[in-house]
Design a protein around this ligand. Structure first.
Ligand code: SF4
Length: 215
C-alpha cells in the first residue's frame, strides 16, 4: 500500500438524471422504491466507469454515505495513480435493486439509458466492473465474464472498453487487489494514450469542472 491509498474516500457529486428520466418506469425496479442515480463524478470526464447498479449514497438519516463499492474503487484508483475527480461513474441499472428481479428484462430496459449517455458524453474509454456488467453489455457473447475479458480491450458502441473485478469482489477477496490495481493502471495508460491521440494539447486531469463534495 502507498501513502496515497490512506487518503480518505470522498462522496462524488451526483449528476441528476435528464428531464423526463427521473421517474422512469421502464422496468420493475421502479416498484422497489429506490431512486434513480444517473451517475456521479465529473460529468464531462473522458473516462466512463460502469458498475452494475448504484450503492447507497445516504444513510437512513439522509446523511452522505460511502458504500463499500465506492471505497474499494477509490482505493484501487489511488493505488493506480488515477485522479478520482477526473472520472465519471455510471451504472448498467440506474436503480439499486433491493429484491429479486427479472435480470435479462431489466438490463434490456435500462441499457438505452447508458447508450444515451454515450451519445451525449462521447467518452474516449469505458471500463466495466464485474460479471453483471460484462453480461449486460455483451448478452450475445459466450463467456462474457471478467475472467475472460480482463487483460485485453474490447469495444462497446464503438468505444474501447476494458474490464476488471467488481470492487465488492475485491473487498471480499483481498488477494484480488493486486490484479484490480494492475487493470486500473492499464486503464490509465489507455486513457492517456487515447486522450493524447484525440487532442495533443489535452490534459485529462483538468478536463471539465471537478466540483468537490464531501471531502
Ligand atoms: S432501472 Fe433503469 S429501466 Fe428500470 S426503472 Fe430504473 S431507470 Fe428505468
Amino acid at each position: 500500500m502507498t501513502a496515497e491509498s490512506n487518503r480518505p474516500c470522498i462522496i462524488l457529486p451526483e449528476e441528476q438524471a435528464p428531464e423526463g428520466m427521473q421517474h422512469c418506469e421502464r422496468c420493475e425496479l421502479f416498484k422497489q422504491r429506490t431512486r434513480i442515480i444517473w451517475g456521479e463524478g465529473n460529468p464531462q470526464a473522458s473516462l466512463m466507469m460502469i458498475l452494475d447498479n448504484p450503492g447507497a449514497r445516504e444513510d437512513r438519516e439522509g446523511n452522505p454515505f460511502l458504500c463499500g463499492t465506492r471505497e474499494t474503487l477509490q482505493l484501487g484508483m489511488r493505488e493506480a495513480g488515477m485522479d478520482i475527480h477526473s472520472v465519471y461513474v455510471t451504472y448498467l441499472l440506474k436503480r439499486r435493486p433491493v429484491r429479486a428481479y427479472d435480470k435479462p428484462a431489466t438490463r434490456a430496459a435500462c441499457l438505452p439509458h447508458l447508450q444515451s449517455q454515450l451519445v451525449q458524453k462521447q467518452p474516449l474509454v469505458l471500463f466495466g466492473f464485474g460479471n453483471v456488467v460484462a453480461e449486460g453489455l455483451f448478452p450475445q457473447k459466450e463467456n462474457a465474464t471478467v475472467k475472460e475479458l480482463r487483460g485485453s480491450w474490447h469495444e462497446f458502441g464503438g468505444i474501447p472498453i476494458g474490464f476488471t473485478y467488481h470492487p465488492l469482489a475485491v473487498r471480499r477477496r483481498p488477494n484480488l487487489l493486486k490484479f484490480f490495481v494492475e487493470d486500473l493502471k492499464a486503464l490509465r495508460e489507455k486513457w492517456e494514450e487515447r486522450a493524447a491521440a484525440s487532442c495533443p494539447e489535452s490534459n485529462i486531469q483538468h478536463r471539465g469542472p471537478t466540483p468537490r463534495v464531501g471531502e
